[in-house]
Design a protein around this ligand. Sequence first.
Ligand code: ADP
Length: 276
Amino acid sequence: MVDMREGLFGGDPKVLSGAGMCVVALLFCALAAGGWQLVRAARRAREESERKTTFIDNLSHELKMPLAVVRMKVERLLAGKVDGDERLQAAYRTIADENGEVIRQIDALLELVRTGKGTRRYTRTTFDLAAAVRDSATAMAGRFPPDCLTVSGCEEPVFVHADADAVRQIVRNLLDNAAKYAADKGPVEVGTGRADGRVVVTVADRGDGIPPDQRESIFERFYRIDNDLTRTTGGTGIGLSLARCFARDMGGDVTVAARPGGGSIFTLELPEERNG
Ligand code: ADP
């Protein structure tokens, strides 16, 4: 019988030949690479689990805050402490707005579950995206300081064949983020246009921007940048992941780039519908 050690170790079983050393080195490398993969997988699993825990904390906070405001307003109304038509109207408006916020959070959660399972249905129609962007900007203007939000290039119609509801959610998320993370640092500009058979919507702000190594991570579920700004601003980290998922499902994408001079430019692109 051939002594295997002879091949590996050369004539003298105690001395490693060149080939033997190569085999040992390869085995060592394979073990090291396998070990490294295991460590990375374990680290990713730990990060994902930490993100989920933080997400539940954030979500509870995001739901409790508006509910607490509603409760306070209702208690004041019941106690007869709100008098005068104007004050009554303001109280009802606050209750409706805060209630809408709770519904929005729950809707986002349901969307998250549906997109995760691949069961999100898209109802496509052909519509003018520029008009939809103008309407969203008008509806959300109150979230920005006076004269902060400007809309440009949205006069010319640009048609897409897409789910109008999903598109509205994407645009609203980009505007909501600009209001939360950047509006106090300078103007926010929204625009629409065309490029290479695609329709693009841009939301450009003068905020702190997104660090280059996190420009992809912010589109992951539950991911929030770990900085003072995010820590002191409400959010759950699902808005951009949903936005990208919707856009990709409709043949487009959502991306972010650094804005020359400071800030970020978020871009939604969708295939153009030429027969609009
Ligand atoms: P949320 O706003 O609920 O945290 P998103 O998924 O919408 O979740 O955003 C993920 C993260 O990306 C935010 O937590 C924030 O750290 C960062 N981010 C998003 N938009 C901006 C922006 N315009 N400027 C700076 N940071 C932003």
